[in-house]
Each structure stands twice: as structure tokens, then as C-alpha cells.
Design a protein around this ligand. Structure first.
Ligand code: ADP
Ligand code: MG
Length: 677
């Protein structure tokens, strides 16, 4: 009777309930055990004078007046009665549950659960409790196909017959060290606690358990990865040093450290899978250039992938410049750069025979039937890590090439460890010297005109400007409508004096590229845009950005947008236009004004969101945990990581009996990871 049994084996789970459970992500008994209540209700009776306003509580007493049922319209109704609790009388109402009336009669003893209002001494009833109910109960997420109470019953049935199958993955010494419960007690405590204390204890264990298994998985994968032979890129150190010395600037200390980390990986036989994180403008491209040049000196090819054609083009220009006086063949492979079949064919031939050292393009580079002579390194820019499938494609390109992924999404280091899983992380936490920091101002909507005047002055000095239209999350169509409106107004405002362009998500990739290119070439002075402009575009002559309804954007997004200015030698300005109503909104705007540091901003962002904002975490790229919250439980996450590292990298790891279940668990996990290969 393994925990991998389908829930269908349980008494009371027929085909319909099985489907309903599956929809909630519950397929096996184990899934069911892991489907924890999302909150607990404390149904214990409290003294009336100890209840705070709007608190949810249980009252037990005697019905002291004839319950009345009143209907309003077709669907609305209210039941009213008085409940006598010792010497106090509380008026109880149930809204829109007319069927309860049958259960209520004068003189009957009942327990009602609801929201209390101490001033009126009244209770808005939620439900009537069974007399023998536990005082402390878990509440499950449910769906229209299955009720929360049904799930609870099914968990009980499953626990009764499967509790002896629950094994302890966490080694016993680890549990003792942190005073954690065993797995069986943890599951019982999560599902059927009899007190808050018991639930809290179980929860503490569950959080540790979840984080530890996650971190152990990562550590194990990394260890396996190290055993998996990658290629040795035997670069020419002398040549590399010369290249670095000839750069038009000195590398920052952070850049130097990161170059060392990358070079070490490339030179070792370990497979490199490294994430390079650095704020916008921190100088990631030059790091990539150094890594690529290293591969070239070892006689190997590199592919650089960018998310859009325009970014690919930008990289090609920058790199051509950096490699000017070095013997490196750089080629751009995009649908517009090699639009003719013959051109394309030629380029492919040069790739296969090794004439091309570095090829730059979009993701199609590794997806198409592009063949390489000896691909040693793949660099990706501003896009997410490779999925399992893409890694497979890469391996099939022959060499199991090293991978360097660049991202400007700043996640605090402590969290990066959880986000990027099996990747090693290098962070550039320092901007090149002499940058003019972007000045950020926050103005109310009524001052938008002043913002426009400011823009006009900048344009007169020969600069260019962005105006970002508000984000309308509900619909791309509204987004476009809104941008078009702003575009028309801006055109009307500037008349013939300055030219205005419009960029939005409904344009084709090629149209977008054309608009951007025109802006870059100065055909427009002002670009009105939706958020599509956020990724990586480089127009150094643009020195001012005005963001309308700035409070509709996430902080990370505002930071990305703002990073489009401040890229040249001139001082730049960002104007946030917004009238946030809440304190939270005001704090967010103030954060943007106060700092230009992407790491500080993302930390603030996560803090301000507070726990429970699942969507927020999703956007930030953090993994989904069931119980643990990577922000508020960060200390547990860090301990779990350290412990996982120590245990798995211990020389005796595979010999110690207390680790056997953990090893079994990890091997199982590896099999699951590779299932899609
Ligand atoms: P990112 O890709 O991280 O946003 P880039 O690599 O495009 O940043 O670098 C931004 C600008 O800073 C480029 O013009 C680049 O030449 C310059 N730069 C990079 N590193 C340094 C440095 N150490 N000192 C001075 N300027 C630098
Ligand atoms: Mg970049």
C-alpha cells in the first residue's frame, strides 16, 4: 500500500470525486496528505468581553426568541433570533441561508460560528456547528465539484489506512537538532490539530520539511551535474588578459569577481550552468563578451540568444565594436538579417565548418536545424533559464555546451538560491563608476502638464523621451486603446515641433523592431509605449521617461522601465505620475524615488507585498511553496539550504543509515525531473 496509490482506491472516492480531486492537483494519497488546510478556525467559546471587533468566533447558548425568516427580493433572505449566553443576549442573523430555519427553534441549545460585533452585541452567523465538533479545525480549499468537508473526510479515511506508510525523509539527527516532529505527526498535526499550539508545531515542521526537500533536490542535482562531464574550454589566458586590458574601461571589482567565477567553470570539466545577475547597466554584456572570447581562443563556437530581434541586433553591434581589433568572426542570424534563402544557407555552412566563431540571434538559434562545428558555450540574455527540454536540445547539439544566462531581474541573493534552482549564481552588485544616477520624481496627476513641459525642455536640448502609458491588466485591447489615446494627446501637445512614435504589444515583431529602430535613429523624438519597451532596449540619447499611472506597475517593472534612460553620459530623469490612494501605494512610489538599486527595490517589493501574495511571488519568479513563505520564513530557508548542503556533501552521505530515505527520495525526484527528456 504505497503512498503513490491513486486516491481512487479510497472508500468514498468514486470516479466523480476522483476527477474533482485531480483538478485540485490531488492524484495520489501522498498528494492528499500534502494538501494542507489553508487556514484553521478556532471554534472554542470565548468570553463576550474578550472578543474583538469583527473577530470570527463560536458562541454556545440557548435560542431565546422565535427565529424569524425574512425574504428580500428573490435571492436574499435573513434569519434573526436572540441567543442567550449565561446572562447575556446576543442577536444572531444568518444571511441568505434560509434552509437553516428548520434547525432552529426556541429553547434549543446550539453553537454558532460567525463574525462578532461587540458594540451591537450581534453575530453575523456563518454556520451552525455540530454539537460534538472539535474546537480547532482545518479549512480546506475546495471547488464547485467537491466540498471542503468532503476533502476533510477523505483525508481522515486515507490517514487511517496509510499512516504507517509515511516515512521520514529528514534524517533523525536533523529533526532532533531543530526539534521537528516526525513526518506522521506532522501530517496528523497539519490536518487534525486539536489546538492552535499543535497546528503551529506541525506547521513549523512542514515548512522546514518543504524547504529542506527543495534545497536537498537542488544540492543533489548540482552534485550530479558536477559528475556529468561538461566540456573543458581550454582558453588562452594570455590572449584573454590582453582582451580585458584593451577594453575602453577598467572592470569593476564585481565584474572581475564574476569573470573569475565564469572562467573557472569554463575551464573545469564540470558542466557550467550559471546565472549572471546584474542590475540594468551594470555591465553584463562585456562579461558575456569576455566569456565568448575565451571560448574563441579555445577554438570553440558560441551562440548568444536574445529574446527579440532588436536586442540581437544591438548585441551584434556592441560585440562587433568590442572585437574590432581581435580576430573574431561574429554573425547575426535573424529572419531580417538573412532574409534570403541563399544568404541563410551560406551562413549555415559557415557555422557547420567553424568559420563563424560567435553567432547571435533569437531563441530560434538552438531550436532551428542550426548545426555547429563545435558549440562550446551558449549565452542567453534577459530570458529565463532553460527548461528540461531545451537542455536536451543543447546536449544534442553535441558537446553539452556550457551555459551562461544573463538577467537584469534583481532578486536578493538570499532568495536567488531558491529561485534559480540548480543554477549557480553570479551577481554584479556594483555599477561602473561615474554613472549619473537617474533622478526620479513623483508627481500627482494634476501636474502632468508640468511633466510635459519638462520633457519639452529636454527635447529642445536634443534629447529624446519615453512616455509610458498606464498598464491595464485586464485586457491587452484596453492597454492599446489607452496607449493610442496618450499618443494622440502627445501629438496634439507637441504639434509640428517634435515627432511622436507609438509602440505597443499588438504590433508584429517586425513592426516593433521598425519603430524602435526609428526611435534609435532619431526619426521620433518621443516614443509613447506600453510596457513592451521594458526589455533591454538601448537608446542612450533618451534622457527622460514619464510613466503614467505609475502605481499600476510592479516595482520591479518600474525599475526595468526606468532602466531605459540613464544609459548615456547625460543626466536622466524619470517622472512617475500617480495618485496612489493607499499607504502601500505611496510607499511604493517613495521607494522608487529613494533608490536606484534594483536589489533594494526587489527586497522592498517582496516585503511590501507581504506574505500570502502568491501572484506576486509568481511574477518575481520564485517557486511555489505550499506552506513555506520564502520571504517571511527566509531564516528557515537559509538553515534548510545549509543543512541540505552539509548533509549531501558529507563524504559519509551514502553510508549513513539515517540518510537512506532521503537518498531514495532524491533518486525518485531525479527520475521525475528527467521524465520529459
Ligand atoms: P547591462 O547589459 O548589464 O544592462 P551593459 O553591458 O549594456 O549593461 O553596460 C552598460 C554600459 O556600461 C555600456 O555602455 C558598457 O560599455 C558600459 N560599461 C560596462 N562595464 C563598464 C565599466 N567597468 N566601466 C565603465 N563602463 C562600463
Ligand atoms: Mg544587457
Amino acid at each position: 500500500m504505497p503512498l503513490s496509490d491513486s486516491v481512487a482506491v479510497l472508500k468514498g472516492v468514486g470516479p466523480k470525486k476522483q476527477v474533482a480531486l485531480n483538478k485540485l492537483g490531488i492524484n495520489t494519497i501522498e498528494d492528499l496528505f500534502n494538501f494542507y488546510p489553508f487556514r484553521y478556525d478556532d471554534l472554542a467559546q470565548k468570553k463576550l468581553n474578550e472578543i474583538s471587533d469583527q473577530e470570527k468566533i463560536t458562541l454556545k447558548g440557548t435560542i431565546a426568541s422565535e427565529p424569524t425568516l425574512t425574504h428580500f427580493g428573490r435571492k436574499k433572505s435573513r434569519i434573526n433570533f436572540k441567543l442567550l449566553i449565561e446572562h447575556d443576549v446576543v442577536s444572531v442573523s444568518f444571511f441568505n441561508q434560509p434552509w437553516l430555519k428548520k434547525q432552529l427553534e426556541t429553547g434549543k441549545e446550539i453553537a454558532v460560528y460567525g463574525t462578532y460585533d461587540p458594540i451591537r452585541q450581534s453575530l453575523a452567523g456563518i454556520k451552525i456547528l455540530a454539537q460534538n465538533q472539535n474546537d480547532f479545525v482545518g479549512v480546506y480549499r475546495s471547488s464547485k465539484d467537491i466540498k471542503a468537508n468532503t476533502i476533510k473526510d477523505i483525508v481522515k479515511i486515507a490517514f487511517a489506512s496509510y499512516q504507517y506508510e509515511i516515512v521520514d525523509v529528514l534524517p533523525v539527527s536533523l529533526r532532533n537538532k531543530y526539534r521537528l516532529e516526525n513526518a506522521k505527526k506532522m501530517i496528523a498535526g497539519m490536518h487534525f490539530p486539536t489546538s492552535k499550539k499543535e497546528a503551529d508545531l506541525a506547521r513549523r515542521t512542514a515548512i522546514f520539511d518543504e524547504f529542506f526537500k527543495f534545497e536537498a533536490g537542488i544540492t543533489f542535482l548540482k552534485k550530479e551535474n558536477k559528475v556529468n562531464q561538461g566540456i573543458i574550454i581550454d582558453y588562452d589566458n594570455e590572449k584573454l588578459k590582453k582582451f580585458i586590458a584593451k577594453l575602453p574601461f577598467e572592470l569593476t571589482n564585481a565584474q572581475k569577481r564574476v569573470v573569475n567565477e565564469i572562467c573557472h567553470d569554463m575551464h573545469s570539466s564540470n558542466h557550467m550552468n550559471r546565472l549572471l545577475q546584474g542590475d540594468v547597466g551594470s555591465g553584463k554584456t562585456v562579461i558575456a563578451a569576455i566569456a565568448m572570447y575565451a571560448a574563441v581562443t579555445a577554438g570553440m563556437q558560441t551562440a548568444l540568444m536574445a529574446p527579440t530581434e532588436i536586442l540581437a541586433q544591438q548585441h551584434a553591434e556592441k560585440l562587433a565594436h568590442l572585437f574590432e581589433s581581435f580576430d573574431v568572426n561574429v554573425a547575426l542570424l535573424t529572419s531580417s538579417s538573412v532574409s534570403k534563402v541563399k544568404q541563410r544557407k551560406e551562413l549555415m555552412e559557415h557555422l557547420v565548418n567553424g568559420d563563424i566563431d560567435i553567432v547571435i540571434g533569437t531563441q530560434a538559434l538552438i531550436q532551428d536545424k542550426v548545426e555547429f562545428h563545435n558549440l562550446g558555450l551558449v549565452v542567453t540574455d534577459e530570458q529565463h533559464r532553460f527548461g528540461v527540454n531545451q537542455r536536451k536540445i543543447l546536449r544534442e547539439k553535441g558537446n553539452n555546451p556550457d551555459v551562461l544566462a544573463m538577467t537584469a531581474t534583481p532578486i536578493p541573493r538570499t532568495l536567488a538560491i531558491t529561485t534559480y534552482g540548480e543554477m549557480d549564481v553570479s551577481i554584479i552588485n556594483e555599477l561602473p563608476k561615474g554613472r549619473q544616477p537617474i533622478q526620479t520624481h513623483w508627481i500627482p496627476k494634476k501636474d502632468t502638464g508640468k511633466g510635459m513641459e519638462f520633457i519639452k525642455n529636454e527635447l529642445k536640448k536634443g534629447s529624446q523621451a519615453y512616455i509610458i502609458s498606464a498598464l491595464i491588466e485586464e485586457s491587452e485591447m484596453l492597454d492599446l486603446q489607452n496607449a493610442t489615446e496618450v499618443y494622440e494627446k502627445t501629438k496634439a501637445y507637441f504639434g509640428n515641433e517634435f515627432k511622436v512614435g507609438l509602440l505597443h504589444g499588438k504590433l508584429t515583431a517586425e513592426e516593433k523592431d521598425n519603430v524602435m529602430q526609428d526611435f534609435k535613429n532619431g526619426k521620433f523624438d518621443i516614443l509613447v509605449s506600453t510596457t513592451v519597451v521594458e526589455v533591454g532596449v538601448d537608446v542612450p540619447n533618451a534622457t527622460v521617461m514619464m510613466i503614467l499611472d505609475a502605481d499600476r506597475f510592479g516595482l520591479a517593472q518600474l525599475h526595468q522601465l526606468r532602466g531605459r534612460v540613464g544609459r548615456g553620459s547625460k543626466a536622466s530623469t524619470c517622472i512617475l505620475v500617480s495618485d496612489p490612494k493607499s499607504d502601500y501605494g505611496k510607499k511604493r512610489m517613495q521607494t522608487m524615488v529613494d533608490t536606484n538599486d534594483g536589489f533594494v527595490i526587489s527586497q522592498k517589493d517582496l516585503e511590501l507585498r507581504g506574505p500570502g501574495d502568491v501572484l506576486g511571488y509568481k511574477q518575481s519568479g520564485l517557486p511555489d511553496f505550499r506552506v513555506g513563505n520564502p520571504i517571511s520564513n527566509l531564516n528557515i530557508l537559509q538553515i534548510a539550504q545549509q543543512e541540505a548542503y552539509d548533509i549531501i556533501n558529507d563524504e559519509e552521505f551514502e553510508k549513513k543509515q539515517e540518510n537512506f530515505e532521503l537518498i531514495k527520495f532524491l533518486n525518485q525526484k531525479m527520475v521525475e525531473e528527467n521524465k520529459f527528456d
